[in-house]
Design a protein around this ligand. Structure first.
Ligand code: HEC
Ligand code: HEC
Ligand code: HEC
Ligand code: HEC
Ligand code: HEC
Length: 445
């Protein structure tokens, strides 16, 4: 009898050879097999409105997604056999039911088709496991139908069957869409892999703990009493509150009192205190995280302090400059003689924490599917501390008194030149102040 129960308990994990996942699941289902999010709304009111405010509900409709898919990815896939698979593949994560229904490319968001449901309730709650060794490239196994899989056993619903499935409580579940390998075999998204290599995985802190925190409440409106339930918040890079303070900073001089002509060295410590993976993570090809340091004299004169070079290979990618990049956009856009656009619009000499994505010709790209290799990974890992130094020869003209040194850490989701070039809404390249730190030195007579 006991073994019978154990068998039942583990049934949802039993992955059979017929299960399809990833590319092979393309077109194996129909739209009708998936319920609309509105069908869940009447009972799961809170989760519905939370989900609606999260990027999950906009993964297909968000303007930048529409531009990147229709202006860059689809035309590129039609011109270059090597990346042909992304035309359907993008939707495996951004519009999963369109992918599973074999609808490629789906109608644009303006057509208001079912693709617009993006990553919906029924997408996640009909996933039972993944196929392979590593979760990536939408290799989740989908079992749409009357049974909804959730994190708790023994719940009853008038609308559907409910079944406990441990998989939904794991980081691997998220990894099926948050790890991505390009057609060239490069890990262009590796949030779950970064997490797994970091301290949080070892301590059993999963994605859900930080992105779906539990609070006292009710799963569904008709439930009596309360329980700890997973809030469907999914705060990420699109949320200023999630970003604010994610990196802690402190700056100090190696000497407090100096005379003009003397040299001072400032050390700046940057500590990733809040994120379970590197910062930036996810769409790292687009993220620009940079620190700007300046000295402000008593009379209000501002001196910009460029970061000291460390001398590692590829460091030039991590120091702001006015070089041109993203030349591979010429392929989908059909441009000839395209020299590229400015790599970033950041004060020259500032340190950038990034991992450059390189196209097959070795040029920096924001088209993650066209990534063949990487430059140095100079992002800040979970609980990692990086130290930057700034050497400054005190200029002769500085009057005696207290000089303030200020470090400001900024973040942009998309490089400003790319936002402007592709006519993406300005919001995508708005700079967000993540943190500041201050110190001072005294200039003697
Ligand atoms: C008519 C009301 C109703 C509708 C409609 C409904 N549900 Fe439910 N659902 C419930 C109730 C009641 C429970 C059990 C809650 C409890 O006891 O805490 C439940 C439980 C669940 C669970 C299990 C939660 C867990 O902790 O394991 C999941 C998952 C779920 N629903 C998903 C969905 C999805 C997805 C939809 C839309 C496709 C949906 N539900 C539509 C009433 C509904
Ligand atoms: C990106 C995937 C994803 C989407 C989209 C999603 N959920 Fe969930 N949901 C989860 C995960 C993961 C959990 C379990 C979290 C945990 O226990 O750590 C969960 C938990 C739940 C629960 C049980 C909560 C609890 O703690 O008992 C219900 C009910 C539920 N979801 C309903 C919905 C409804 C309704 C929608 C759409 C409005 C929705 N979900 C959208 C992933 C998702
Ligand atoms: C079916 C695929 C899929 C699954 C499963 C999934 N996600 Fe996502 N998630 C996406 C996509 C696609 C986006 C990007 C939306 C956009 O910006 O277009 C996203 C966005 C997010 C964001 C917002 C990022 C930002 O930049 O603001 C967070 C946070 C997030 N997911 C966390 C999770 C967590 C935690 C889980 C597991 C509980 C999970 N996701 C499971 C597909 C998925
Ligand atoms: C210890 C808490 C914590 C854990 C664990 C955690 N995250 Fe995050 N996550 C954060 C914070 C804080 C941010 C905001 C900073 C940022 O954007 O990098 C964030 C940002 C993100 C973003 C946006 C990244 C970007 O740069 O665009 C995604 C996507 C995401 N998380 C998904 C996940 C997934 C998937 C997992 C599990 C594999 C996970 N997170 C685990 C705290 C956490
Ligand atoms: C394996 C799943 C997966 C695939 C395949 C995928 N994406 Fe994404 N995409 C995501 C996730 C997850 C995020 C959110 C990451 C983050 O916020 O850092 C995202 C974010 C984005 C963003 C938003 C970036 C931002 O600034 O918020 C765009 C645009 C995008 N993807 C376009 C595409 C296109 C075009 C393709 C096909 C060439 C594609 N994606 C393929 C999972 C995927």
């Amino acid at each position: 009898m006991r073994s019978f129960f154990i068998f039942l308990f583990f049934l949802p994990f039993a992955i059979s050879a017929q299960d399809v996942a990833g590319e092979e699941a393309f077109g194996k289902f129909s739209y009708d097999q998936f319920e609309k999010p509105e069908a869940c709304k009447s009972c799961h009111v809170d989760f519905y409105y939370q989900w609606q405010q999260a990027m999950m509900s906009q993964a297909y409709t968000h303007e930048w997604d529409e531009i990147e898919y229709f202006k860059l990815a689809v035309p590129h896939a039609e011109k270059d056999e090597k990346v042909a698979g992304v035309k359907a593949g993008c939707n495996g994560c951004h519009a999963p039911i369109s992918f599973l229904a074999g609808d490629t490319p789906p109608p644009p968001p303006g057509a208001n088709s079912r693709a617009n449901e993006s990553v919906s309730c029924d997408v996640c709650h009909t996933i039972v496991g993944f196929k392979g060794d590593i979760p990536y490239n939408f290799n989740y196994i989908s079992k749409p139908g009357r049974t909804k899989y959730g994190p708790k056993p023994g719940l009853d619903s008038p609308h559907h069957r409910t079944e406990y499935n441990e998989f939904i409580t794991t980081a691997e579940f998220c990894g099926t869409c948050h790890n991505e390998k390009s057609p060239y075999g490069a890990w262009v998204k590796a949030t779950q892999i970064e997490w797994k290599e970091g301290p949080y995985a070892k301590q059993g802190v999963v994605c859900q703990d930080c992105h779906m925190p539990k609070a006292e409440g009710r799963n569904a409106v008709m439930v009596e009493g309360t329980d700890m339930v997973a809030q469907h918040l999914f705060h990420g890079a699109h949320d200023k509150g999630k970003l604010r303070g994610v990196i802690e900073m402190r700056i100090h001089p190696n000497e407090r009192e100096l005379e003009p002509g003397e040299t001072v060295v400032f050390s700046l410590q940057l500590h990733n205190a809040k994120a379970g993976h590197k910062v930036p993570s996810g769409s790292a090809e687009e993220r620009v995280l940079w620190v700007h340091v300046e000295a402000i004299t008593p009379d209000g004169t501002v001196y910009h302090l460029p970061v000291d070079k460390k001398g590692f290979e590829g460091e030039e990618y991590t120091i702001a400059s006015d070089v041109l990049a993203y030349q591979d956009m010429a392929i989908p856009l059909g441009l000839t003689d395209f020299k590229g656009i400015r790599r970033e619009e950041v004060p020259i000499g500032d340190r950038i924490f990034r991992k450059p994505y390189l196209d097959p010709q070795g040029r920096m790209t924001i088209m993650q599917w066209n990534t063949a290799s990487f430059g140095p990974d100079y992002r800040i890992g979970p609980r990692e501390t990086k130290i930057e130094t700034y050497t400054w020869i005190i200029p002769d003209e500085i009057p005696p008194g207290r000089v303030k040194i200020k470090a400001s850490l900024y973040y942009r989701k998309l490089p400003k030149p790319v936002q402007e070039f592709l006519n993406v809404p300005e919001e995508e390249s708005k700079e967000v102040l993540i943190n500041t730190a201050e110190t001072y030195i005294e200039i003697l007579e």
